[in-house]
Structure formats: C-alpha cells, structure tokens
Design a protein around this ligand. Structure first.
Ligand code: NAP
Length: 243
C-alpha cells in the first residue's frame, strides 16, 4: 500500500518511524520546504508544493498513492483542504492525524480569539511586552500593532517584524524553567500563541500560568470532514487495518 504522509510536524515524523520497515507499506513523507533546515523524517521524503488541489490529485494518480495521511500542522489549513479535495476527486481515502489543542488548566488566564487579526486587535488591552510565538508566517498580522514591544520567537526569521520588536531564533522543545526565565528576563506581560497543541511548545502556557500572565490563544481553523485520529499510534493502527 502506497502512503503519502503530509508532514512538517513531530507527529508526522513519529508516524514515519512507526511505519518504517513495514513490508506492506511504502511511505513517502512530504514537506512544504518552508524551514531552511528541517528535521527530516526517516524513509522517503519529497519536498515542495504540489501545485494546488489539482496538482496534488495528479501526483496521487501518477504515483499510484492508495491512501493519504494528513499529519500537517493544525494551522496548515490550505494543504489540508487541498488534500481533501484531491482525495475526493481521485477516490483515495484520507486520514487526518490531528493532535489535540492545548489543555486549559485552573489558573490559566486565556483570551481565546478566532483569528490572528483578532489577536492583534485585543493585544494592546492586555499587555505592553508580548512574547509572540505564532510562527514566522503569522508575524505580519502584528506589523501594525502600536504601543506593544514584541519578543518574536521563530525558527527562521520572519519577512516583517512589528515596529518595536526583538527577534529570538529558537526551535522547541522548551522547558518550563527556560520559559519562566525568558519571560522574567524580558519583562513579558502577555503571551500570544496559536492553539497548536502538543508537548513541544506547551511549556510557555505553564510558564504564563506560573507568572499569572494572560495568554492570547488563537483558535484552530476549520478542518475537512474526513476520519481523524489523535496520535501517530492510532494512525499506524488505522493504516494497518487497511493493508
Ligand atoms: P498551508 O498554508 O496549509 O499550505 C500552503 C501551501 O504549501 C500548500 O498549498 C502547498 O502548496 C504547500 N504545502 C503545505 N504543506 C505541505 C506539505 N506537507 N507537503 C507539500 N506541500 C505542502 O501550509 P503552511 O501553514 O504554510 O505550512 C507549511 C508546512 O509547515 C506544513 O507541512 C506544516 O505541517 C508545517 N508547519 C506549519 C505550521 C503552521 O503554524 N502553519 C507550524 C509548524 C509546521 P501547493 O498548493 O503548491 O501544493
């Protein structure tokens, strides 16, 4: 069975590891090519866009793909929508591997907003020194925010920065102690995050709770109506029932 594994996440790499060496499955992991030095999954890897839903459908046909697993990031909405369209057009089954969002704990001061633009709008009412962890591509949403100093943390440099900002290049996982120290050192009084979920980056939420800081949490975009599982192990089991 030929599997196209849409990746770019730790979960996708974990699934590639779980399936590695299975004689019944041939897995090709796909990366968008956004990050300059990506952590590569084991096994076959292709890099770069397909050319929209039509290009992806053509790829599925040309490569004889039997099943698509969408293990992309919960905020990578376009590729997920394209995958659903291409799978519907070609009759190839699709499984979504979606890690759960962040868990709210007692003592959390979360302000949930539907979009990044809403996060930028509410931010000046919540603090003056923001830790911005939304990812390189989303920093532009904050480019017009006045009266807030930003510590922008990203893996690669964003194209634009807010008017008053410092860039911190770093890749998770981060520890609670490091996050608390960073927030204290820089005088952070508000944190901005997408509801990405996952253990790699959740320490900032624990740190914000420890320090009593508000966190602007951007909701996930809608997901196509396809079967989904929450863990790489469940995705591997789902695939093995189909071989
Ligand atoms: P996106 O907005 O949903 O997709 C934009 C375009 O990038 C897609 O239309 C597709 O190009 C291409 N693409 C995206 N993921 C791809 C993949 N796995 N393989 C091949 N092409 C892909 O995606 P994004 O938010 O830019 O994310 C890009 C990648 O970074 C994804 O692999 C995602 O898992 C990873 N990532 C994203 C975030 C985030 O916050 N968005 C965070 C961590 C990791 P074509 O239309 O030409 O096919």
């Amino acid at each position: 069975m030929r599997v196209l594994l849409l990746g770019g996440t730790g979960e996708a790499r974990a699934l590639a590891r779980l399936l590695d060496g299975d004689d019944h499955l041939h897995v090709t992991s796909s990366l968008a090519g956004r990050v300059a030095h990506p952590v590569l999954p084991v096994g076959d890897v292709r890099v770069g866009g397909f050319g929209g839903a039509d290009g992806l459908a053509a790829y599925l046909r040309a490569e004889g793909i039997d099943v698509v697993v969408d293990a992309t990031h919960p905020f990578a909405a376009r590729i997920s929508a394209n995958a659903a369209t291409a799978c519907a057009a070609t009759g190839v089954p699709m499984l979504g591997l979606r890690r759960p969002g962040f868990t709210h704990h007692d003592g959390d001061r979360w302000v949930r907003v539907p979009t990044l633009a809403d996060a930028a709008r509410v931010l000046p009412d919540l603090g003056r020194r923001a830790l911005l962890t939304t990812g390189r591509q989303e920093v532009g949403a904050f480019a017009q925010v006045e009266g807030v100093w930003f510590l922008v943390r990203a893996i690669d440099p964003p194209d634009v920065l807010p008017p008053d900002a410092e860039l911190l290049l770093a890749r998770g996982p981060f520890t609670l102690d490091d996050e608390v120290a960073l927030m204290r050192e820089r005088g952070i009084d508000v944190v901005v995050t997408k509801d990405s979920g996952g253990a790699m980056t959740s320490a900032k939420l624990d740190a914000a709770r420890t320090l009593g800081l508000p966190v602007v949490v951007v909701d996930r975009p809608p997901y196509p109506d396809v079967p989904t599982v929450a863990t790489p192990a469940d995705a591997a089991a789902w695939l093995r029932t189909r071989t």
